[in-house]
Write a protein that binds this ligand. Structure first.
Ligand SMILES: *Cc1c(COP(=O)(O)O)cnc(C)c1O
Length: 385
């Protein structure tokens, strides 16, 4: 199996698994217990917190562990909305966010808040000037993702942070696809809240974190015990958190080399497809994108059939569209780039990870052209073109 869907999830690294196992087997204490088994668990959680803080330039007191990226996004957005409701009820985000952000905004819109969804240009970039123009006296939150999960585009986060801070509006960023893959320094970028998730960087699913800058007050999301300094209740996922800390530490130490390696594979595959298969084009800015992201539209065919035939050859990738999640709607991200429905349907996302090799790229570049040719032969759109 050749796995090219690392933006969906990643395998757990051996070193990371080994860090987590003791907390499932022998050191299984509750991190809130006073005896040594509990203290050992507590120590693992605090070590992980220090690793997470170090990776994004934060203080340990600014890191709160969550069940993942979705919870971090929900908490940041609903927590800010609730805490600031007397100040205003207007929120700003973009049209290309992950559903963890978009659906949270839609929920708030049904509950007395107003939202502005910023458009993006044909390359997938938000215009900071447009963002600034959308700020109103009652704007309480700006949420713009660091890197897009479908097209990998990196937003001008420093500029957005600068504007948000100057205008006195909280700035949250969903950095789930970015942390561990590209440098992210929350204080330098003037980020107030940041979401990250373990399973996109070789830690297990179900562990993530929200960075909340010191002094930023958001409402509590999970009510219960006094864990996470009384701000996020629930018995700590010690094994998951220990794994997350180790995965972050390793990702940070290896980032430069790994990004360089991914970028080379990315560019080789991208050029290999664009130069050898006609009627294809890259979605998202060519350079301002994640080192491991490729998103290509194949005109006259369906992304879904492409995925099935690739799977038949032992290659796992993803369509840029949401079809895989049971809906036949084309991807909201590709539509936001201005692609017509039929072109948005014919896209393929290839997301490269640390275990992908040159041989994987060779196999993909070998298998893809005949599959595309075959699908086009069967397509009435192709014969009518
Ligand atoms: C995967 C992902 C999420 C959701 O994170 P989970 O840990 O799976 O809940 C949120 N935002 C982005 C950009 C993602 O890629």
């Amino acid at each position: 199996m050749i796995y090219f869907d690392n933006a969906a999830t990643t395998p757990v690294r051996r070193e990371v698994l080994e860090k987590a196992l003791p907390f499932l087997e022998t050191a299984y204490g509750n991190a809130s217990s006073v005896y040594s088994l509990g203290r050992e668990a507590k120590k693992a959680v605090e070590t992980a917190r220090a690793e997470a803080a170090a990776v994004i330039g934060a203080d340990v007191s600014e890191i709160f562990f969550t069940s993942g990226g979705t919870e971090a996004d929900n908490w940041a957005i609903k927590g800010a909305a609730e805490a600031l409701k007397d100040k205003g009820r207007h929120l700003i985000t973009t049209a290309i966010e992950h559903h963890a952000v978009l659906h949270t905004f839609e929920y708030l819109e049904k509950n007395g808040y107003e939202a502005t969804y910023l458009p993006v240009d044909k390359d997938g970039l938000v215009d900071p000037k447009e963002l600034e123009a959308a700020i109103r006296p009652d704007t309480i939150l700006i949420s713009v993702m660091f890197a897009n999960n479908e097209i990998g585009v990196l937003q001008p986060i420093a500029e957005i942070g600068e504007i948000s801070r100057r205008r006195g509006v909280l700035f949250h960023t969903d950095a789930v696809q970015a942390v561990g893959h590209v440098p992210v320094n929350a204080p330098e970028l003037k980020i107030d809240m940041l979401s990250l998730s373990g399973h996109k960087l070789y830690a297990p699913k179900g562990a993530g974190a929200l960075y909340v800058r010191r002094g930023v007050k958001i409402a509590q999301f999970m009510h219960g015990g006094a864990q996470e300094r009384k701000r996020r209740a629930g018995t700590e996922n010690v094994a998951g958190v220990a794994a997350l800390g180790e995965a972050l530490r390793l990702a940070s130490a290896e980032m430069e080399l790994e990004a360089e390696r991914a970028r080379k594979l990315r560019d080789r595959i991208t050029d290999g497809i664009l130069n050898n298969i006609p009627h294809t084009f890259l979605n998202g800015h060519r350079e301002k994108r994640l080192p491991g992201n490729i998103n290509i539209s194949f005109e006259y065919i369906e992304g879904e059939s492409l995925l099935l035939l690739l799977d038949g050859k032992g290659i796992a990738a993803s369509s840029g569209s949401a079809c895989t999640s049971g809906s036949l709607d084309p991807s909201h991200v590709l539509l936001a780039l201005g692609l017509p429905h039929e072109k948005a349907h014919g896209s393929l996302r290839i997301s490269i990870g640390r275990f992908n090799t040159e041989e994987d790229a060779d196999a993909l570049l070998r298998e893809l052209p005949p599959i595309v040719a075959r699908l086009r032969e069967m397509s009435p759109l192709w014969s009518d073109r």
